[in-house]
Design a protein around this ligand. Structure first.
Ligand code: SAH
Ligand code: DHB
Ligand code: MG
Length: 221
């Protein structure tokens, strides 16, 4: 069992479950044309994010790591009228591509793309005293996951869902001696979740078109 079959099965899911439409495909095409890395979530993962947002009745969503806005579009579509998403992106080019993709998807009035290092933007967001977020999707530089998780706790409330992408990274998470700061960030955040009495958390391994990885799901108590 390997990448070839995982990709084939994901393509089968996309076909059978109709996991794409014009705006989502255009977002991937324009991201590729602009030279962005294809590290967006897979279509079936995007739809899972959308369904989790719906199940949680999310009215306010925070995303850390926008890239070309592919996951943003999936999640923003779960928002009810009057809902709002803030998504944080360090690279101005990524943010520019994302804004165009979000606009094409008809979500420009719902999704606000903020440009900068998330660790600079999160304190500013906190100081704005907006309503708490119902869902936070952490999907940026993995070394800062512990910090992002702490900020997510500050910016959410009881019943909010915090999702952390890429917690397996091909199994690299198992290398306790790793010197890769990204691996250390992933290991540390899992440890924090386990020790944090304010949350209920789990993690799931995934395979598919994006390889072997995983998603952590954390419910704020
Ligand atoms: N959520 C996207 C994928 C995000 S890829 C999707 O699934 O479609 C990770 C993104 O995080 C990249 O665009 C990268 O530029 C951004 N990023 C990396 N470090 C960051 C930082 N410190 N602050 C904000 N964004 C960052
Ligand atoms: C990487 C980042 C991601 O968010 C992802 O889903 C896959 C890979 C990366 O930085 O390599
Ligand atoms: Mg990711």
């Amino acid at each position: 069992m390997s990448q070839e079959i995982w990709t084939a099965v994901d393509e089968h899911f996309v076909d059978q479950l109709v996991l794409h439409d014009e705006a989502l495909m255009a977002a991937l095409r324009s991201s590729e044309e602009a030279g962005l890395p294809a590290i967006n979530v897979a279509p079936n993962q995007g739809k899972l994010l959308q369904m989790l947002a719906k199940l949680n009745g999310a009215k306010r969503i925070l995303e850390i790591g926008t890239l070309g806005g592919y996951s943003s579009i999936w999640m923003a579509r779960a928002l009810p009228a009057g809902g709002k998403m803030v998504t944080l992106e360090f690279e101005p080019l990524h943010a520019k591509v994302a804004r165009a993709n979000i606009e094409r998807a008809g979500l420009a009035s719902v999704v606000e793309v903020r440009v900068g290092a998330a660790l600079d933007l999160l304190p500013l967001l906190f100081e704005e005293h907006q309503e708490p977020f119902d869902l936070v999707f952490i999907d940026a530089d993995k070394l800062n996951n512990p910090h992002y998780f702490q900020w997510a706790l500050k910016l959410t409330k009881s019943g909010s869902l915090i999702l952390i992408d890429n917690v397996v990274r091909g199994g690299a998470v198992m290398d306790a001696d790793s010197e890769d700061p990204n691996v250390l960030g992933v290991r540390k955040v899992l440890e924090m979740i386990g020790k944090e009495s304010r949350v209920t958390g789990t993690a799931i391994q995934t395979v598919g078109s994006k390889g072997y990885d995983g998603l952590a799901l954390v419910l704020v108590n």
